[in-house]
Design a protein around this ligand. Structure first.
Ligand code: AMP
Length: 210
């Protein structure tokens, strides 16, 4: 299964990608996580992306297209994958088509902007392994400690309220048109993001079969 998850930042794409990738034994690929990892390792690409990311802007298309091209060529993508956070612009979607990648389904998780702002303030990520948590909806067993690896949980710089507004604007202007792009080929399904992670997962799994 080759799946794309669409949705505003904070709509729950990352969390759903983690659940679904385990269920189908396919990798979840997050361009955001790949860029953050590159930044942590001080690579040239990471440094180039930093200023865009910190300001809530999109990293240039050629950079992310290069990242995805390299990642999808790896062996573990043979039986499918979930793309979380890519494509985010029409040129990125066109580049994916030009690579010959046949997407099966595109699921857009819909959450109103007001809810997104509220949710983002509680979002935390593991500094070490990138796993995501939420102080209301997906609490770690021990406060501020990652269940998976014991790393420290932090708030991403780009989850600060002012930056979230900028990211929502970018989402509506540049990413939302992708819904039309994939609706035209009949691949788009939309799901209302629920308060409980498991409820959204149930709707997502139904959407994958519809
Ligand atoms: P995310 O973790 O998916 O919210 O991504 C965090 C940040 O990484 C975004 O705000 C962008 O600056 C950058 N980024 C991630 N994926 C993309 C993409 N497909 N195109 C452009 N920028 C991206």
């Amino acid at each position: 299964m080759k799946l794309i998850l669409l949705g505003a930042p904070g709509a729950g794409k990352g969390t759903q990608a983690e659940v679904i990738c385990n269920k189908f034994s396919i990798p979840a690929i997050s361009t955001g996580n790949i860029i953050r990892e590159a930044l942590k390792n001080g690579t040239e690409m990471g440094l180039k992306a930093k200023s865009y990311m910190d300001e809530g802007k999109l990293v240039p298309d050629d950079v992310v297209i290069g990242i995805i091209q390299e990642r999808l060529a790896k062996d573990d993508c043979k039986n499918g994958f979930i793309l979380d956070g890519f494509p985010r612009t029409i040129p990125q979607a066109e580049a994916l088509d030009a690579m010959g990648v046949e997407i099966d389904r595109v699921v857009s998780i819909e959450v109103p902007d007001e809810k997104i702002v509220e949710r983002m303030s509680g979002r935390r990520v593991c500094e070490k392994c990138g796993a995501s948590y939420h102080m209301l909806y997906k609490k770690p067993a021990k406060e501020d400690v990652c269940d998976a690896c014991g790393g420290a949980l932090i708030r991403r710089k780009d989850d600060a309220p002012e930056t979230v507004q900028d990211r929502l604007k970018v989402y509506h202007e540049q990413t939302e048109p992708l819904k039309d792009y994939y609706a035209k080929s009949g691949k788009l399904r939309t799901v209302e993001g629920q308060e409980e992670v498991a409820d959204t997962t149930r709707l997502m799994l139904a959407a994958l079969e519809a």
